[in-house]
Design a protein around this ligand. Structure first.
Ligand code: FAD
Length: 309
């Protein structure tokens, strides 16, 4: 079986999410990668070094600079003539492009897989992760998104794939890039952070969220996450959100502070190795999944913890 994996990148480096997707693809067969963008030679070279990669297709053109899904999907779909499965990470980018590839191939998408049972059978979470479905697809071509936290990351080195330029297609005039606002942070990105400190509505305001959580995160070298209630209340930006409709994370340590532990939040973090919860309500559901629980007022505990670290 030949697989084609969409490489997620920022024009400079391959993102971690792709490494887990490569591992999933390797369970199906030969791993080929697609790098689409503008001036992405260095990204393609880096991609070719990922362990287990056989070939890297590069679609390099000005109209692919911002990797609009409408422009990238046809390039991938064209390559699917000689591949059996297309895999993308279950990230904002992957979830934007993969359905379009599926539509162009006229097949269904198999979303957010947790495991590869065989060439046509996969497991995936349903009901916000409260049940795991085993799904079999009879489609000749498979289009799959992969949950990054469910697969080990392939090594960035050790591969010796070949790099091949492919037709980059043309710009789809239905959509155009207007602008982007990138949030800049020195902290690790949530989906690759080893430690995450996450804040909820318990913080009460944007100022308190940042004045208490940021120093703690800095001490721990941690990424900062948030519940949806905290995001909705404006304490934290959207890209901080962890959960069913936010990011799925599985760090070594997840510290949930002032977060009640609604199932939609747990869906995004319950696979973390060690969960530490700080909450003033000892009945809060977060304590049911926590390995370590601290019942108390976060306004007292967090500064104390930060000071002692
Ligand atoms: P609350 O439930 O209000 O909890 C605040 C907690 O802080 C309480 O447990 C309280 O005891 C504690 N607290 C208050 N003051 C203090 C203090 N001084 N010291 C210590 N503890 C204190 N939620 C997500 O997080 N992510 C998602 O992706 C997501 N997706 C959703 C999708 C759908 C379709 C729906 C319907 C909901 C979704 N939600 C999501 C929302 C979710 O149901 C909850 O509403 C949300 O997670 C609650 O956030 P919270 O725990 O911060 O707030």
């Amino acid at each position: 079986m030949k697989t084609l994996v969409l490489v997620e990148h920022d024009g400079k480096a391959v993102k971690d999410a792709t490494l887990a997707t490569v591992t999933a693809a390797a369970k199906l067969g030969d791993v080929h990668l697609l790098v689409a963008g503008k001036d992405v030679g260095a990204v393609a070279e880096a991609a070719a070094k990922i362990a287990g990669v056989g070939k890297v297709y590069v679609a390099d053109a000005a109209h692919l600079e911002h990797q609009l899904a409408e422009d990238v999907a046809p390039v991938a779909a064209a390559l699917m003539g000689h591949h059996d499965a297309f895999l993308a990470s279950s990230t904002t980018t992957g979830k934007n492009i993969a359905p379009r590839v599926a539509a162009l191939l006229d097949v269904m998408q198999i979303s957010d897989i947790l495991s590869v049972e065989s060439e046509d059978t996969f497991t995936r979470p349903i009901y916000a992760g409260n049940a795991i479905a085993t799904v079999r697809s009879k489609d000749a071509k498979k289009v799959i998104t992969v949950r990054g936290t469910a697969f080990e990351k392939a090594a960035r080195d050790g591969g010796s794939g070949t790099v091949e330029a492919v037709d980059a297609g043309s710009h789809d005039a239905k959509s155009k890039f207007v602008s982007e606002e990138m949030s800049k942070s020195e902290r690790p990105e949530l989906t690759s952070a080893k430690i995450i400190v996450s804040g909820g509505r318990g913080f009460g305001s944007n100022e308190q969220f940042h004045s208490l959580l940021d120093p703690l995160a800095d001490k721990l070298g941690a990424g900062v996450g948030a519940s949806r209630a905290a995001v909705d209340a404006g304490y934290a930006p959207n890209d901080y959100q962890v959960g069913q409709t936010g990011k799925i994370v599985a760090p070594e340590i997840y510290i949930a502070i002032g977060i009640s532990g609604a199932i939609q939040h747990l869906a995004g973090m319950k696979d973390s190795k060690v969960i530490i919860a700080i909450n003033k309500d000892e009945e809060a559901p977060i304590f049911q999944v926590a390995d370590v629980g601290l019942v108390g007022d976060l306004f007292k505990i967090v500064p104390e913890l930060t000071e002692k670290l």
